[in-house]
Structures are given as C-alpha cells and as structure tokens.
Design a protein around this ligand. Structure first.
Ligand code: NAD
Length: 477
C-alpha cells in the first residue's frame, strides 16, 4: 500500500496555528514497524499557550447553531476523506482496513450526533414557588459550558474516541485541548485540519502531541483548565483523578468484560459473535469479550463453534482486505500477553486455540479450565485472548461476572425474560447487552462504567451533561 500520509512531520495546533517543534517523536507503521511520520513534542510553555488560546476563544460568541454547522461540516469532510484517514488508521494502529473504514464512518456519525445535540441544550423550569414563602419567585436552570476541557485519549480507537470528546466538548460550547495517544496521534491531527477547514473558530480546538507522562503532568497542573475527560488505563485515570483536586473529571477506563451464554442461547450465533468481539482490533477494545460463561448444557457445542469461528480468522497485514486481525500496538504488549497466557497454562488452563506470538502479532487465543485468579481473568488483557468457563446456576454466573474490579459492559445471550431481568438488576456494569456480547456501542447510548471502569458517561448527549454546568437563576417579583 502507498504511504498516504500527506506530510511526514506534524506540528502542534495552538490558537489556530500549526507550530513544528524541534523535538519530535516517530510514529510507526505497526505492521512494518517503519517510521511513517514524526509528531512534535509539546513543552510546558505550549500547554500553557494552548490554555490561554482556549480561554481567549471562549470570549468570542459561538452559538449553538454555529456549533451545529461546524460539526456537521466536519462530519461531512471526514466522510469525504474516508479512504485517506482509514489508511492512516491502518498504519498507525495496525487496524484492519475494513475496521478502519468503519471507525471513520463511526467518527463522522459521532460528530453528526454531537452537531444535533448542540441544538438541544436546555435547562429546566424549577418550581421554587411551591415552597412556602417562595410564592413570588420563579426559577429556571440554564446549561453553561464548563470552559476549558482537556481531553486525553488512548491508542486503540484513536479517531472515534477523540470525536467522542471533541464533538460533545465543542457542541456544549467549550474550548478543547486534545492530547491524543503518542502511538496514534496522526488521525487526531488530521481531524484538527478538518475542523480548521470546517470553519472552527481559532482556539476552540488545540492539539498537543508528545509523551502523556510529560504533557499530562503539565495539563493537570494548569489550574485554568476546568475539566478533564480521559479515556485510557485505570493507572493513568487514577493519576489524573489524584492530581486535579476538586475540578471536574470524567474517566472511561478499563474492563475485563464478561458475556454469558445461557442454556437457551442461539449457540452458533453467540459463538460467532463472541469470537468476533473477543478478537477485533486484536482484542484492544475496552468492551472486548474477555470472559465467557457458558451454561453447562451447551458448553461443548458452544466451544466447538467458537473454536471453529476463531480458527477461521486471518491474522496478517491490516492493509489486506481479507485480514481479520492485525498486529498489536507494540511488541512489548504482545510479549506481555504471551507471558500471561503461558502463566495461565502453567497454572492449569487449557489452550483451545492460538497461544502463539510472532513478533508484534498474537494469535487469537481461547483458554478453558481457567481460574478467576489467573491474570487472563482477573486483569484486563487488552489483547486477543478469551477465557471460556462454565456455570450451572443463574446466581452462580451473576456472581462470577461480578467477581471483577471492573464494570463497563457485559453481554447476555438468552430469551428467558425472567433471567434477563434478574441479570439486568444484579450485574454490576454500566450497560448490559441482551442477546449480544459486551462489545456493542452506538453513539446514542450512555456509555461508561461502574467500579474501576470509571466515572461519568459518554455518548454525545451524556458527555454534554458532564461538560456543562447547570446554573440556577431565581427571579423574585
Ligand atoms: P494509557 O492510559 O496508557 O494512555 C491513555 C492516554 O493517557 C494517552 O494519551 C497517554 O499519552 C496519556 N497519558 C499517559 N500518562 C499520562 C499521565 N501521567 N497523565 C496524563 N495522561 C497520560 O492507555 P492506552 O494504553 O492508550 O489505552 C488502553 C486503555 O484504555 C485500556 O485500559 C482500555 O480499557 C482503556 N480504554 C477505555 C475505553 C472506555 O471507553 N472505557 C475505551 C478505550 C480504551
């Protein structure tokens, strides 16, 4: 495939200006491991300049309708450049081309939904006159922007997760300072170029690239930033939470998602869905299926089907349309996954598929005979590995699913309404997906976890709740 990148060196985007820095970080093609471009490394002064630019931009009116227009235009431009940007994702993430195209289309939709939501921001009437002594008062609330929002995003879905912060952030009337993941910043930079072309006022979106451990510290130290919205690992989420005092923080963190396959489930359908959602993007998805609990009565048949579906997946060059699974983000991550699987096997787990690493690739792997204390069950694998276990009783499987410090989403295959209702009540997650795996997400739904999976919701409408303040106005006559 041709290298479709327009430039091989990219600058920071601050106050509507692109500035190249002397210090650069290479961005690798994750399949070939070649350097495809360099990104500028922001310094503390750049962080502070972007905060000033973001604050200044807030002084220029940017009406909800203007936000709608800019976001709609950006969504259209993104679709116009679908192939180019998808090819960037193929290279910088190692994401198969079909999935990469899907990510660009999703990102355009996220901006479109954000545009629509920009027109729907509203407060409430508050019946203060109902309180004794308040008969001559009236009250309303209005939603005001929080101000300057710092958005920090992970490597795995680098365009759409950026849109999930930039879209609602701008729609709600804020200025956004974006710090994309260093491994995959190019798609975020191209998105900023698109916003520039779409007519976004200067300073409303600023992009700072470089190492998160450095820039993150400068961002959290800057007291002029009003809110932090972070998607990434629990470790970094906790660091941000710990260093931002009483300022607003929304955290979308990790998970070790479970999916239950009940005795009445469509065995072939659920096995194929589980195989797809365990391994897409090489398992580097926060709602990737990591733990499957199958009712004893159908376990053997389900496993047979899932192994068959897994063995049919093609691992290889992400630019090849027939590839299902590309490389992991870095060889050290593939080695970590290899070590966890080997450790599980040494502790008694049985390999049913995969279990092999070749450089940056890890084969899609199914383990059975697992114990909940194994790393592949207890921790977030964030790789193409799934642990399949059995259960007999409903309460037993609910307990197994809840035996996790995480709680983002779970899946449940059943047509038994009574069990589905019970699971909906008892399973400790932000979202339970009935008759599908944990790996379902669209932009209209509230998305976010409980327990160590985070606080706050995404989905443009819900993220905008987080990114606005509810201000009360009381009138006395
Ligand atoms: P990560 O936490 O390593 O990095 C995420 C971002 O934080 C990057 O931009 C990075 O540069 C930045 N960062 C690093 N150190 C920082 C610091 N000290 N202060 C501030 N920012 C810092 O995560 P990752 O490896 O890119 O992504 C994988 C993780 O993201 C997994 O745990 C996954 O579950 C999670 N994730 C969650 C969701 C969700 O919606 N809940 C979605 C996607 C990924």
């Amino acid at each position: 495939m041709n290298n479709v990148l327009l430039k091989n060196s990219y600058g920071l985007f601050i106050g509507g200006q692109w500035t190249e820095k002397n210090e650069k970080l290479p961005v690798l093609n994750k399949y070939s491991q070649e350097v495809i471009a360099e990104i500028s490394v922001a310094e503390e002064s750049d962080v502070n300049a972007s905060v000033e630019a973001a604050k200044k931009a807030l002084n220029t009116p940017f009406s909800p309708y203007e936000r709608f227009e800019v976001l709609t235009k950006a969504s259209e431009l993104l679709l116009e450049q679908k192939e180019t940007i998808a090819n960037v994702l193929v290279q910088e993430v190692g994401k198969p081309i079909g999935e990469s195209i899907g990510e660009v289309e999703r990102a355009a939709l996220t901006l479109e939904v954000s545009a629509e939501e920009a027109k729907r921001i509203h407060g409430d009437g508050v019946p203060v006159e109902s309180a004794p002594g308040s008969e001559n008062r009236k009250a309303v609330t209005m939603k005001t922007p929080v101000g300057v929002v710092a958005a920090i995003t992970p490597f795995n879905v680098p365009l759409n997760l950026v849109c999930h912060k930039v879209g609602p952030g701008l729609a709600a009337g804020n200025s956004v300072i974006l710090k994309p993941a260093e491994e995959t910043s190019l798609s975020a930079i191209l998105l900023a170029e698109i916003f520039e072309e779409a007519g976004l006022p200067s300073g409303r979106l600023n992009v700072l690239t470089g190492e998160g451990s450095e820039i993150g510290g400068y961002l959290t130290a800057n007291q002029e930033i009003n809110m932090y919205t972070f998607t990434g690992s629990p470790r970094v989420g906790q660091l941000i939470r710990g260093s931002t005092g009483i300022r607003k923080v929304a955290l979308e963190l990790g998970n070790n998602s479970a999916t239950i396959v009940h005795r009445d489930a469509d065995i072939a359908g659920s096995a194929i869905a589980a195989a797809q959602k365990s391994f897409n993007n090489a398992g580097q998805v926060c709602i990737s299926v990591q733990r499957v609990f199958v009712h004893e009565d159908i376990y053997e048949l389900f496993l047979e089907n899932m192994i068959e579906a897994t063995k049919a997946l093609k691992v290889g060059d992400p630019a090849d349309a027939s590839t299902n699974i590309g490389p992991m983000i870095a060889e050290k991550e593939a080695i970590r996954v290899e070590n966890w699987v080997n450790e599980a096997v040494s502790q008694g787990a049985k390999l049913q598929a995969g279990g092999k690493r070749e450089g940056v690739f890890y084969q899609p792997t199914i383990l059975t005979n697992v114990d909940p204390e194994m790393k592949v069950c207890r921790n977030e694998v964030f790789g193409p590995v799934v642990a399949v276990d059995t259960y007999r009783e409903e309460d037993e499987v609910i307990e197994k699913v809840n035996d996790s410090e995480y709680g983002l989403q779970a899946g449940l295959f059943t047509n038994d309404l009574r069990f589905a209702m019970k699971a909906a009540e008892k399973i400790e997650v932000g979202g339970l997906i009935i008759n599908d795996t944990s790996g379902y997400r669209v932009d209209h739904m509230p998305y976010g976890g409980v327990k160590k999976s985070g606080t706050g919701k995404e989905g443009p409408k819900y993220a905008m709740e987080e990114m606005t303040e509810e201000k009360l106005i009381v009138f006395q006559s």
